[in-house]
Write a protein that binds this ligand. Structure first.
Ligand code: CP3
Length: 374
């Protein structure tokens, strides 16, 4: 009997390959999964480190930041790791220090209010001051190899401005909105500086080997839809355009970092703008490769309205992870997966970040459900 040569099966996807292919809207075996704020907060191994170190110490020490980044990947087997850090490292690198209050929430050393305060922010040293991020990312890239994707991030200029102008977490972020409405020229001066800072920061992360970057526009929904383009969208668009502009030949490592990408060497950009309720055209207009969809919107409906070339990330309600059971979480995750069946470019995530009350068995049930989905 002559043996029929078996056609060799395609090699199984690594988690990193699956994540990158989904960002490019290619067909994959199942959606990749990671969760916003997966690093820290809910994990007992993180809380243990918090007994010895402050949050800022963990963020600024590359070895410890690597450890906290890897903890959720080890425990749950996510397809992607997100750097353990915070959006507030940008204000800090511009000269506005922060810490977290014992009672919860952020406290910055001063507020940015006047044109003089804005003029005093210094973009020149951002990359140097954030060298600890560069070191953490390079260690992570080496540690993760081709197995797991690595995501870098920054706050959007608008969302950073809301924190910088209040100087703390507050119930209502009104000062940036007031400045934008009453004195747009001064707001633009701040947004321009933040755009410059975020651009060089993300370029540094790309050179260090991240596979994708996410812009967190967590306060995008505080704007009226008519205000969104000028206050937030325009600046994210500028950042994305600039990081996609090939660097001059001398900075070759910018071009070959990160492996597969939309344009070789230039990683996908995920834009997550919370509470913008179907304001898709402005978000698509930023040039994002992937849009994060919050839990208040139907993912399937978003898929119908957003061009096929743009991937979608989301969108299980984070409250379910705290309040439901593993069965309840599995049911809801399954329903989201089914609503996206046959649609390429879905990255499973929550519709906003994990909170400290997240139940570990619910996270495990979510990851299992996505991983077993075919
Ligand atoms: O996603 C990840 O796991 C990566 C790490 C990460 C953190 N913050 C760690 C963190 C990321 C991506 C962020 C982003 C961030 N930080 C955002 C945008 C995303 C979002 O959730 O909307 C914002 C608005 C911040 C600012 C911030 N950080 C505030 C207001 C607070 C205090 C209140 C809170 O939510 O806990 C933080 C704290 C923070 N950032 C913690 C962690 C692990 C908790 C610190 C602790 O108590 O241990």
């Amino acid at each position: 009997m002559t043996a029929i040569p078996l056609k060799s099966a395609p090699p199984p996807w690594t988690d990193r390959q699956r994540f990158l292919a989904a960002c490019r809207c290619e067909v994959v075996d199942r959606p990749p999964v990671w969760l916003m704020r997966q690093a820290g907060r809910a994990l007992p191994e993180y809380r243990q480190l918090k007994e010895k170190y402050t949050f800022v110490q963990l963020v600024q020490n590359p070895e410890l930041a690597v450890e906290v980044t890897l903890q959720p990947v080890r425990r749950f087997g996510f397809d992607a790791a997100i750097l353990f850090s915070d959006i507030l490292v940008i204000p800090e690198a511009l000269g506005q220090k922060y810490h977290f209050k014992e009672t919860g929430g952020v406290q910055m050393d001063f507020t940015v209010r006047s044109p003089a305060d804005i003029a005093a922010l210094s973009v020149e040293r951002v990359v140097e001051r954030l060298n600890y991020v560069d070191r953490a990312l390079r260690l992570l890239r080496r540690e993760l190899g081709d197995r797991t994707a690595l995501i870098g991030f920054s706050g959007s200029p608008w969302t950073l401005a809301t924190f910088m102008m209040e100087g703390a977490s507050v119930p209502k972020y009104s000062r940036a909105l007031q400045l934008f409405r009453e004195d747009p020229k001064t707001y633009y001066a701040l947004a321009e500086k933040l755009t410059d800072a975020v651009t060089v920061y993300l370029q540094m992360q790309i050179a260090a080997g991240v596979d994708a970057v996410q812009l967190f526009d967590s306060h995008g929904g505080h704007l009226d839809p008519g205000e969104f383009p000028e206050a937030s969208g325009r600046w994210m668009k500028e950042i994305i355009a600039r990081i996609r502009t090939p660097a001059p030949a001398s900075s070759g490592d910018l071009l070959c970092a990160g492996g597969a990408a939309l344009v070789p060497g230039i990683p996908p950009v995920i834009v997550f703008s919370l509470g913008t309720h179907g304001n898709w055209s402005d978000l698509v207009g930023t040039g994002a490769s992937v849009l994060g969809i919050d839990w208040q919107t139907s993912l399937a409906e978003a898929r119908r309205q957003i061009p096929e070339r743009v991937g979608l990330q989301g969108n299980l309600a984070p409250a379910l992870i705290c309040e439901s059971t593993p069965e309840g979480v599995a049911r809801e995750a399954h329903s989201i997966l089914e609503s996206m069946r046959g649609r390429a470019g879905h990255i499973f995530n929550l519709g906003h970040g994990l909170t400290p009350g997240a139940k570990l068995e619910n996270i495990a049930a979510l990851v299992d459900t996505v991983k077993n989905h075919r």
